[in-house]
Design a binder for this molecule. Structure first.
Ligand code: 5AD
Ligand code: SF4
Length: 478
């Protein structure tokens, strides 16, 4: 891929800027011009998604667009005319996975010289990744970012008709686009975006740069989508945002996320979840609503990142350890049988043994049901990446192992408390190995493998728990 005039390239400094301008709702921005309508006829696409639920949901949009263009999905990259990688930039190892995959797929060009290699998502928003693609991954010939999914038809058309590579990455987020197609991957569980972007700027995190400013969808648009999903038979809805608690702030919406959550609950879908919540603006009104509605699941993902005040401050998290614990205990008291998961970063620049110990002590106190634990990964362009770091990789790895052992023990303990109990499980499907064994999730988001007869995906069934492991439960249908 050679740099060409007319390309729009990313700029992380531009992406950092925030305006007070309210975003508009675009109801007809996505259009497929007539000459493009059938460009996918007879052609196959392979779409791979990395990273978080926001990317999963974006991939549903990408698949929806590609199928409107008459492309057909395939499960193997080898069978595809278009390979599209929807990527994640949160840590270096996430990027390395994508680059490794892209490198190994290059061979497909030998048997299919017209194959299109597309890269989109958060990695596309990074300047150093684009430079790397231009230098070392010249077979990649289509790149677009997180703000211009709606441009996929035109960009594909350009690559397919000119044979030239095309890069279009916008550093400024656009408006909220409401008329994008969607091909839902789940049949009884659905993701619903409630907002885009993040304004928190935690000092280690690339997301506010790759996903732009916080923009909320209008409440009526969200509720309409939930109503429609209910009519289509969906049993579980997950409201999505990088920080759902901020929902509506940009719209000056009275009641904010608590109000949206309540209105969603009233629609009557069996299960409502939401992710992710920042502890900083988790309001009492939100806790009240969660406690009052049986169809809002008693499971909260509440990322803490560190248990040490000094580290939290340098991370820019806007809460102290004490404030986190107060919130945690408040939710636990008010929401019956609530389960918690968290995110924790070890080895933030200059983290001392004592500071790490504070994180372990917080884990001892909270006894999380689940945790996502990471070694800090410097992200070019973020404030933390410019900090000196005196912690060796070996120390960081040791801390991660100690932390994992610690939270795993509590997760096991939490699961043991389920032994002999009856829980409600939303069935995902049958095991590939044994068709009498099904799997699904409890209201508290525990994975259960259970024996049953005559159940189908989407059913909510009662299961008695007979055995427990660290990451799952076993049971039998009652
Ligand atoms: N290094 C390591 N982990 C990170 N996360 C975000 N940025 C980084 C980084 N630079 C983690 C945080 C966040 C989760 C989605 O990813 O724990 O909550
Ligand atoms: Fe990243 Fe912090 Fe925003 Fe989460 S809240 S996406 S960790 S900047």
């Amino acid at each position: 891929m050679k740099k060409q005039p007319g390309w729009a390239l990313p700029n992380l400094q531009e992406a950092q800027k925030r305006t007070t301008k309210e975003s508009h709702v675009e109801r007809s921005l996505f259009q497929i011009p007539d000459e493009i309508r059938k460009i996918g006829q007879g052609k196959k696409y392979f779409l791979r998604t990395y990273g978080c639920q926001a990317n999963e949901r974006d991939s549903e949009t990408l698949a929806g667009i590609l199928e409107q263009l008459q492309f057909t999905a395939v499960d193997k990259a080898e069978d595809a005319d278009l390979i599209l990688m929807n990527t994640c930039a949160i840590r270096k190892n996430a990027e390395d996975k994508v680059l490794g995959e892209l490198g190994s797929l290059k061979r497909l060009k030998r048997t299919n010289p017209d194959i299109i290699f597309g890269l989109c998502g958060c990695m596309a928003q990074e300047e150093d990744i684009i430079s790397l693609l231009l230098e070392k991954y010249r077979h990649v010939n289509l790149v677009f970012g997180t703000h211009n999914l709606h441009r996929l038809p035109e960009l594909l058309y350009e690559v397919m008709t000119t044979g030239k590579a095309c890069i279009e990455v916008l550093s400024k987020e656009g408006d909220v686009i409401e008329n994008l197609p969607v091909k839902r991957f789940g049949h009884h569980k659905a993701w619903v975006n409630i907002m885009y972007g993040c304004d928190k700027f935690c000092t280690y995190c690339i997301v506010p740069y790759t996903r732009g400013k916080e923009r909320s969808r209008l409440m009526e648009d969200i509720l309409d989508e939930v109503r429609q999903l209910k009519e289509e038979g969906y049993k579980e809805i997950t409201l999505l945002g990088q920080n759902v608690n901020s929902y509506g702030k940009d719209l000056h919406l009275e009641g904010g996320f608590a109000r949206l959550l309540e209105e969603t609950a009233k629609i009557g879908v069996e299960r409502i979840r939401f992710t992710t919540s920042h502890p900083w603006d988790f309001s009492d009104e939100m806790i009240d609503v969660i406690a009052r509605y049986d169809n809002i699941m008693p499971f909260i993902h509440l990322p803490v990142q560190s248990g040490d005040d000094e580290i939290l401050k340098i991370m820019g998290r806007r809460y102290t350890r004490e404030q986190y614990l107060t919130l945690f205990h408040k939710i636990k008291e008010r929401v019956k049988n609530c389960a918690f998961s968290t995110d924790i970063i070890v080895g933030f620049p200059n983290e001392t043994d004592e500071q790490f110990e504070h994180t372990l002590e917080l884990v001892d106190e909270c006894k999380f049901d689940n945790a996502f634990t990471f070694i800090y990964s410097p992200r070019e362009g973020t404030p933390a990446a410019r900090m000196q770091d005196n912690v060796s990789l070996e120390t960081k790895q040791k801390r991660l192992a100690i932390l994992n052992e610690r939270w795993n023990a509590y997760a096991h303990e939490k699961n043991e408390a389920y032994l002999g109990k009856v829980v409600k499980v939303l069935v995902d499907g049958a095991s590939k190995k044994n068709k009498d064994v099904y799997s699904g999730y409890t209201e508290t988001n525990k994975l259960v493998n259970f024996t049953a007869n005559n159940v189908k995906p989407g059913d909510i069934v009662e299961v008695r728990i007979t055995a427990c492991k660290t990451f799952s439960l076993d049971g039998e249908q009652c």
